[in-house]
Write a protein that binds this ligand. Structure first.
Ligand code: B16
Ligand code: MG
Length: 223
């Protein structure tokens, strides 16, 4: 039996991506009078605030000073945090509450492995703070996803070997990060996530039985 579950946040626990992208769009409109195409949203998912801003400025072909860069990132975050005020437990994605409850009844420890520095605030607003045994701090890891660092930190925060953990992700970079960490990757989303050990089409399909069997087959391959 696996002992830990390492959760991505945006796209797995709640759809915070809409709030992120709306805040980026407003920022870019205000400062550069430019519009961001919807396709860019995907490229800003799962990566840090700073990396997202790099992606956006590259797309717009705009160069800014280090000071302006920091000011833009912080203004976006203020707007994003303000928008998060509407969050409540109804924003938890379908299937997540029952999956967490099955993990708990099977004595699996739970940690957050999100790139977001707002993870603790979001879990609080969703009423999930008590469900999590630990939150890995993305400010303390050297490299973002697809590097394994945040999943390694999340396993460590539970005092577990990553091999004894499953990781749940909705982004390609996140699945690569889980695979590189040694944990068993569980994806929620489309066929682009096929490098995961087990993929479900969406969070409502997530279930403990199939996740356990994916972890068991993955461990059998290791032997
Ligand atoms: P913050 P995840 C990621 O969350 C988002 O997908 C990504 O769009 C965002 O830039 C990143 O968190 C950082 O968030 O600005 O709140 O620190 O998918 O890793 O849970
Ligand atoms: Mg995500």
């Amino acid at each position: 039996m696996f002992k830990g579950a390492l959760f991505d946040l945006d796209g797995v626990i709640a759809d915070t991506a809409v709030f992120h992208f709306a805040a980026w769009k407003n920022l870019v409109k205000k400062h550069f009078n430019a519009d961001l195409p919807d396709e860019l949203e995907e490229k800003t998912k799962g990566i840090s605030r700073e990396d997202s801003l790099h992606v956006i400025l590259n797309y717009l072909n705009i160069q800014v000073s280090d000071e302006e860069f920091r000011a833009l990132a912080s203004e976006k975050n203020e707007a994003y945090v303000e928008a998060l005020n509407v969050l409540n437990p109804n924003y938890i994605l379908p299937g997540i509450t029952s999956f967490i409850s099955d993990l708990k009844s099977n004595h699996v420890k739970i940690a957050l492995a999100s790139a977001s520095k707002n993870g603790p605030l979001i879990l609080k607003k969703l009423g999930l703070s008590d469900a999590f045994d630990a939150i890995a701090d993305p400010a303390k890891v050297a490299a973002g996803k697809p590097a394994p660092d945040i999943f390694l930190a999340a396993a460590k925060s539970l005092n577990l070997d990553p091999k004894d953990c499953i990781g749940v992700e909705d982004a390609v970079a996140g699945v690569s990060a889980i695979n590189a960490s040694g944990a068993t990757s569980i994806a929620v989303g489309g066929v682009e996530l096929s490098q995961a050990t087990k993929r479900f089409n969406n969070t409502s399909e997530l279930n403990f039985k199939e996740v356990l069997s994916a972890w068991q087959s993955n461990m059998a391959l290791e032997r």
